[in-house]
Design a protein around this ligand. Sequence first.
Ligand code: 5AD
Ligand code: SF4
Length: 494
Amino acid sequence: MSSRFRIRTYGCQMNVHDSEKIANLLHHHRWSEARGEDEADLLVINTCSIREKAEHRLYSDLGALRAWKRAAPGRALGVGGCVAQQEGDALLRRFPHLDFVFGTHNLRRVPAMVEAARAGQRSARVDESRSLERFDWPERHPATSEHSPGRAFVTVMEGCDMFCTFCVVPLTRGREISRPARDVIAEVEGLAARGVREVTLLGQTVNAYGRHDVRRGRAAAAGTLGFAELLERLAGVPGIERIRYTSPHPLFFDDALVAAHGRLPALCPHVHLPAQSGSDEVLERMHRRYRAADLVRIAEALRAARPDLVLTTDLIVGFPGESEADFRATLDLVAEIGFVDAYSFKYSPRPGTRAAELPGAPEPAVAQARLEELQGLQRGLTLAAHRARVGTRTRVLLEGPSRRGGTQLTGRDPYHRVVNLDAAEAGLDPERAAGVLLEVEIVEATPHSLIGAPRVTAGLRTGPGQAKFRKSPSGPGPMRTVAARSGVRMPGID
Ligand code: 5AD
Ligand code: SF4
């Protein structure tokens, strides 16, 4: 029987990486990747339930895939990810052409579930596990490619104990669990040996890495460290030139993490700081456990440590009880911090979350108008930040051909901005450019990206400002956060 698979992935980078893990596992079980779904014997949908729209995508996909399933005998169809975790075997009952359902802690069961499906057995596994086994994966198979050459995701922790009232993630990803540091370091060393230059550390609250172990005095036993110390170790891995992490929670920007941004040249000068709102009342109802002023302080501290650092954020409008004044506070915060980009969303009630019970959600038209106003403000900030880059130099890690077509290439600079450039100008074959690290001068700014021109020179200016790296003699400090100094109680830290 031929064995070719395809995976459709929705949602966050953790899902993208989970799909890579599933693909790797299937390669180890003698499957190969099909060029398209038409040629596939197995189709896996990796789902997202962060907002209602994302969840509905699955239901419309599954409806449309009845025809795919019927079109060839022996085809198998599976669903994983956050919707699978929440719905479990209800999905099997609702969709008779669906063969298997696997939860967020059950990825490693996929090959066995596929085999069962091919033998005519339907199954659902969504049991939660607190075991570290979920971090055990076979070595990357030679046929498994990274989402982009030269760059790789590395899981450092999973789950979330924060329970923001709007968020379904603690219900779909379970409790926080951190992976032993030596395993993370070994994985990064292995990636570097294969030519990976940029790693993005992943976790639902990635900078909470190790915090429970550190607080309980059992970090040595668990093999974990504070997050800043982990970064320090990874920055020492030869060949790794860029380290990013996503997504952090503002609460866990402790002094050591802020200092790491000043001390470690490999740590990219970009931080995603999910604000969600600029109103203290809304933040309280969201159970975010910080105030708007704490975010301003974190931004200032990060920029003091690394003057060229840029910030991006996530924002929600139309949260239950959000008044016009609350929304203005969000606009004010965005303008004050000067985010270089923002992902903004209309609040979407999620079943099982506390906010779903809260009264007072603004009218949909009001939420829509707020979203548009916020996005308008952000567009101006983004364009201004891009224009300020014109004339500066930076280094771009190329990802491949740009969507703009022709000989255009696309990549990212250390600030995580998209930079497009011409392959011919750089003397590169567009098909082989992915993974190349190139020095460029920014020659033009557009609303969504920068245009670069290749430059080969010895000196390197780094962008918005000259990066200064301070040597800190003290090393990672105790787990105190910037917010802690302002008197906010730190759950799990104080
Ligand atoms: N409605 C709207 N946006 C949400 N997010 C998370 N849950 C919801 C929800 N119920 C947003 C937050 C988070 C990002 C990943 O998605 O801004 O940071
Ligand atoms: Fe969701 Fe909040 Fe956890 Fe982020 S920190 S995953 S927003 S509950």
